[in-house]
Design a protein around this ligand. Structure first.
Ligand code: G1P
Length: 297
């Protein structure tokens, strides 16, 4: 019987230099989309997919992240006394079960593959998910849940996949497709950030993975790759060299690259518009803004 995926690794050790000076004192993952930190979207998605153990790979300067996941009894009491029940519920939904979160530190910034490998002792011999919180995915059924369901059929390793413009492929891990089955593709090879003219396709890896423990073993041996870093993509590609299956899964949903300023702003607009409590005011503001811009042209 296939083992259920109940553990997820969240690599959150990056310094977030693209968002300086904000990230001088606030971890990137705490930056807010509307009123929720980026990491909360990742946690909610993991929970929806049945994840029970949350492993954060952190680094220096990330203690605000640990504080965020602590219960806040003083705050809860104040809200209770003031009768702010909706906010109280909202706050309680962010509480995590005792012992459900583990933090492990990546002592050197040696790449995504290395960050994942730092969690090897917590994963044991089970399949596990990896979620990159920078990739925020708005979807009716959360992306990881879609993948867990597809993975029950396929087994092996699975990466989230999305077509990107050809001239953007070299910013991603790129899939060399063996067989295209529609929402699922079987993979022949994976290349991390290929030079523009060498990308095997424009099907890019997006930051959701379901991996077998073998990938951790591959990470033990893998040499530095693209950018002089230890790449997760290379450790998954190594599975193919050993004759094991890797699949790409074209998820249904819209992905925002919240690791970039433009992507973060786009997500802010999209999530703001999607909120019942903000829609009317925000929508009319955006329309006004657009018509003023058009009039000025
Ligand atoms: C990472 C992965 C890359 C993937 C991307 C998705 O790259 O290494 O394979 O395509 O996330 O967001 P990064 O954007 O962290 O450089």
């Amino acid at each position: 019987m296939k083992k259920r995926v109940t553990k997820a690794i969240f690599p959150v050790a990056g310094m977030g230099t693209r968002f300086l000076p904000a990230t001088k004192s606030v971890p990137k993952e705490i930056m807010t989309l509307v009123d929720r930190p980026l990491i909360q979207y990742a946690i909610d998605e993991a929970r929806a997919a049945g994840i029970k153990e949350f492993i954060f790979v952190t680094s220096r300067g990330k203690s605000a992240l640990e504080d965020y996941f602590d219960n806040a009894p003083e705050l809860e009491n104040t809200l209770r006394k003031k009768g702010k029940t909706e906010l109280l519920e909202e706050l309680k939904n962010t509480n995590m079960d005792s012992g459900a979160i583990a933090y492990i530190r990546q002592h050197k910034a040696l790449g995504l593959g290395h960050a994942v490998w730092c969690a090897r002792r917590l994963v044991h011999n089970e399949p596990f998910a990896v979620i990159l919180p920078d990739d925020v995915i708005a979807a009716e059924k959360p992306c990881l849940q879609q993948m867990v369901e597809a993975h029950e059929e396929t087994g092996g390793c699975m990466v989230a996949a999305m077509e990107v413009p050809e001239d953007k492929a070299s910013a991603y891990g790129v899939i060399d497709i063996k067989e295209d089955m529609g929402s699922c593709v079987s993979v022949k090879g994976l290349v991390e950030k290929p030079p523009a003219d060498e990308a095997p396709s424009n099907l890019a890896v997006i930051g959701r993975y379901i991996l077998t423990p073998k990938v951790m073993q591959n990470l033990n041996k893998i040499k530095t790759g693209s950018g002089g870093e230890i790449q997760l993509t290379d450790a998954i590609d190594a599975e193919l060299r050993e004759g094991r299956d890797v699949f790409g899964y074209r998820f249904r949903g819209q992905r925002f690259d919240c690791g970039s300023k433009a992507g973060f702003l786009q997500a802010t607009v999209a999530f703001g518009l999607a909120r019942n409590d903000l829609h009317v005011e925000f929508d009319s503001y955006l329309r006004e803004l657009m018509s003023m811009r058009q009039a000025a042209q």
